[in-house]
Design a protein around this ligand. Structure first.
Ligand SMILES: Nc1ncnc2c1ncn2[C@@H]1O[C@H](COP(=O)(O)OP(=O)(O)OP(=O)(O)O)[C@@H](O)[C@H]1O
Length: 305
């Protein structure tokens, strides 16, 4: 069984009268990319700070790499990197020079720097000063500098925040590479479920300081699955027609709806076949539950997330 990297049990944090974290419990195993999803103010950064030991918690237990004692946790945190407090970049230096400055403290050589630049897709930035970098490039460079110490577990706070669609794709690729090439375990956050939907292996939905749902990548794929929706009062007759058409991947919902997960471009043909067999169809169409709608459904809100 994979080693547990982080076990957070019933973490609470109170600021004044505000319970910012309310009994938050999650487990992260080696190799996972764990996405913490929650609207602004849900407590994501506070949780990450607590895990890193940047703030004291008011309740609960943190275990990192099997360590729970103060000294043990200190030792474990040396195997971690974080972008909660982004390191300052020198605006007049290039990407390589910035990493060289950081590396001087970490005892890292030129080969490792070159590899980090490649890993972060910054190897072609040459002498370009970082003050002329895009936000995405700056964010990737900041993450590169957290990798100087060769962490096994990386915490990234909203790594896709503010990026344009291509920047988001690049950031996702880069995070994926960290996992496949370096075996790094990752905890990252976003206020948009969609942005992490193709990258995280596990998701925790944080809402008003509480984890209200946890789901795997497969669970999410099921939620976001596209299907043909057929609404009819004659479900039994309809199912016979579907079976005759050789359609197998469908389910009946609430006795009046059928969700068909295959032959998605054949809604018209399916409709014709149903009508031909005198099945009364009140609605048919292809739908895909948007992830953000799902998120709102979970959080019970209409707020912008
Ligand atoms: N040092 C602090 N003192 C008082 N309140 C704080 C402090 N840090 C955070 N909070 C409050 O705790 C709540 C959660 O903040 P947190 O930064 O963890 O949220 P978040 O989910 O990371 O959202 P965001 O993406 O906006 O940072 C917010 O209401 C915030 O105002």
């Amino acid at each position: 069984m994979a080693e547990i990297i982080l076990k957070a049990a019933n973490i609470s944090k109170i600021y004044g009268k505000h319970k910012v974290l309310d009994n938050v419990s999650i487990k992260i195993k080696r190799g996972m990319i764990y996405g913490l999803i929650g609207e602004n103010g849900a407590g994501k950064s506070t949780f990450m700070r607590a895990v890193m030991g940047l703030i004291a918690i008011d309740g609960g237990d943190i275990e990192l790499f099997g360590e729970t004692s103060t000294k043990g946790l200190q030792h474990a945190r040396r195997k971690m990197g974080q972008s909660i407090e982004m390191p300052a970049l020198y605006p007049d230096l290039s990407a390589r020079e910035n990493l060289q400055v950081q590396a001087a403290n970490g005892g890292v050589g030129e080969r490792e720097i070159a590899d980090l630049l490649r890993l972060m897709n910054l190897e072609h930035t040459g002498k370009k000063k970082t003050k002329h970098f895009s936000l995405g490039m700056r964010q990737r460079l900041a993450i590169a500098s957290t990798l100087i110490t060769n962490p096994e577990f990386l915490i990234l706070d909203e790594p896709t925040n503010g990026l344009d669609p291509s920047g988001i794709v690049e950031m996702r690729d880069m995070i994926q590479r960290l996992v496949t090439e370096r075996g790094i375990t990752v905890l990252l956050s976003s206020h948009l479920l969609d942005e992490l939907s193709q990258i995280a292996t596990h998701y925790g939905i944080l809402h008003e300081g509480k984890i209200i749902n946890e789901l795997s990548k497969e669970d999410l794929a099921r939620v976001a699955r596209q299907y043909i929706e057929v609404e009819t009062t004659e479900v039994e007759k309809a199912v016979v027609v579907l079976d005759e058409m050789g359609i197998q991947d469908y389910e009946v919902i609430n006795g009046i709806e059928i969700h068909i997960y295959e032959r998605l471009d054949e809604a018209a043909a399916i409709n014709r076949a149903l009508v031909f067999e005198n099945v009364r169809v009140s609605r048919i169409g292809t739908t895909r539950q948007k992830l953000e709608d799902y998120f709102l459904q979970l959080t019970g809100g209409t707020k912008n997330v």
